[in-house]
Design a protein around this ligand. Structure first.
Ligand code: ATP
Ligand code: MEV
Length: 388
């Protein structure tokens, strides 16, 4: 059978119900996927020896393009070792590779006629792609070029795990395109996956997505990429997780304050505090200064209806999660939403849980135009396959 010529991958965003930040320091957190908010990446095979990355959501109107031959493969240990499906060992992070890629990332503009600035956010997104590609490239099985198009329903840097869903989509597409994992056969959802003894392709996707998260975050806990890979609602402690089905039945109001944060500064601050106060198990997030006045405003409004709200994700603005009581009426929810909207906040009802990473292979024709212009890609294509 000829090798597929394109893959469309999708992975969900997430909410953390409690335990963010603490989870980085070994405490338990509970999180769930948000099925309706996902990142999508279309991988198209090409034969020009070039890697093309399109990041419109990050504001890049031109593709970044690199010759495959320009990547520093000598910095990567044998691929077979690194992708050993049976190994449960965490992959070592390749600092040297990341360092080597820094100047190469900026060369991505060299083939463009117009000069475009590549800001830090865009550089990080490009580094993740090149880091994974260089690590996974396998001359025997590789495509000899690819065009990669990224779209997403998720706000970037708002606490909904946009980076993890991007990382999971990239890891999955590259593992498939470079011949490390097969396309799944099943069309059934993967939310009932038992996490004990992770099945191999999912395990591998999760491990490489964790590497990608390290490029973005430095020392992530791994909870975001685990949720984006496996879906469902999970309890997560030190890399171990289990399904917590009950949480999938809870309804939430998710409010995006649209206040973007300086993630790196916030996270650095939090880490210093944790290092100084390792005895604090579940610090009130304001006390560690990841709160924001916008979050207080959401909390005040929802408290008027006896509802409890908390920030979700890294904080410093971003998204707020409000637990909805069973007895709350739709009229009341509409009132809360319009009070929030009057402050410029966007909110919608959600339930945690739902599918993790999903794939469509080249047996389904997907036009690039259709992909890029679709409002609801998840529903548009009803042929998603799930790893089991
Ligand atoms: N649509 C996208 N296209 C390309 N890169 C993306 C996209 N979405 C996220 N990213 C990557 O993720 C990074 C944002 O990660 P960050 O952790 O700040 O936000 P988040 O994951 O949305 O929030 P949180 O980690 O609190 O849930 C960006 O710098 C970029 O590298
Ligand atoms: C803040 C944090 O706990 C969650 C970010 O979504 C960081 C992490 O777990 O890696």
């Amino acid at each position: 059978m000829s090798s597929p010529t394109h893959y469309l991958i999708s992975a969900p965003g997430k909410v953390i119900l409690f335990g963010e930040h603490a989870v980085v320091y070994g405490k338990t957190a509970i999180a769930g996927s948000i099925d309706g908010l996902r990142t999508y990446i279309l991988f198209e095979k090409s034969d020009d020896g070039l890697l093309e990355l399109n990041l419109p959501k990050l504001g890049l109107h031109l593709p970044l393009i690199w010759p495959i031959s320009a990547l520093p493969y000598s910095k990567v240990a044998a691929v077979s070792k690194a992708t050993d499906n049976n190994s449960s060992q965490e992959l070592a992070f390749n600092e040297e590779l990341l360092k080597e890629l820094k100047p190469i990332v900026l060369d991505g503009n060299a083939k463009n006629k117009d000069i475009q600035e590549i800001n830090e956010l865009q550089q990080v997104a490009a580094s993740v792609f090149l880091y994974l590609y260089t690590s996974l490239e396998d001359k025997q099985n590789s495509w000899c070029g690819m065009k990669v198009h990224v779209t997403s329903d998720l706000p970037v840097g708002a606490g909904l795990g946009s980076s993890a869903s991007y990382s999971v989509c990239l890891a999955t597409g590259l593992l498939l395109a470079l011949g490390h994992i097969p396309v799944p056969n099943s069309n059934e959802g993967n939310t009932d996956t038992s996490f004990s003894g992770y099945s191999s392709p999912m395990n591998l996707i999760n491990r490489w997505a964790f590497q990608a998260e390290k490029v973005i975050h430095g020392i992530p806990s791994g909870i975001d990429n685990a949720v984006a890979t496996y879906g469902g609602a999970v309890s997560f402690t030190k890399g171990e997780m289990e399904n917590v089905i009950g949480f999938q039945l809870l309804r939430f109001l998710l409010t995006n304050t649209k206040i973007s944060r300086d993630t790196r500064a916030q996270v650095a601050k939090v880490r210093v505090l944790y290092d100084k106060h390792p005895h604090i198990v579940d610090p009130i997030l304001e006390a560690i200064e990841v709160g924001h006045s916008s979050i207080d405003r959401v909390r005040e409004i929802t408290a008027q209806h006896s509802l409890h709200s908390k920030l979700t994700g890294a904080g410093g603005g971003g998204c707020v999660l409000t637990l909805l009581r069973d007895d709350i009426t739709s009229d009341e929810i509409t009132k809360i939403k319009s009070a929030l909207a009057s402050l410029g906040f966007e909110s919608f009802e959600t339930q945690v849980g739902g599918n993790g990473v999903s794939v469509i292979d080249s047996s389904v024709t997907i036009s690039k135009q259709e992909f890029l212009s679709s409002e609801n890609i998840q529903q548009k294509f009803s042929v998603w396959k799930h790893f089991t």
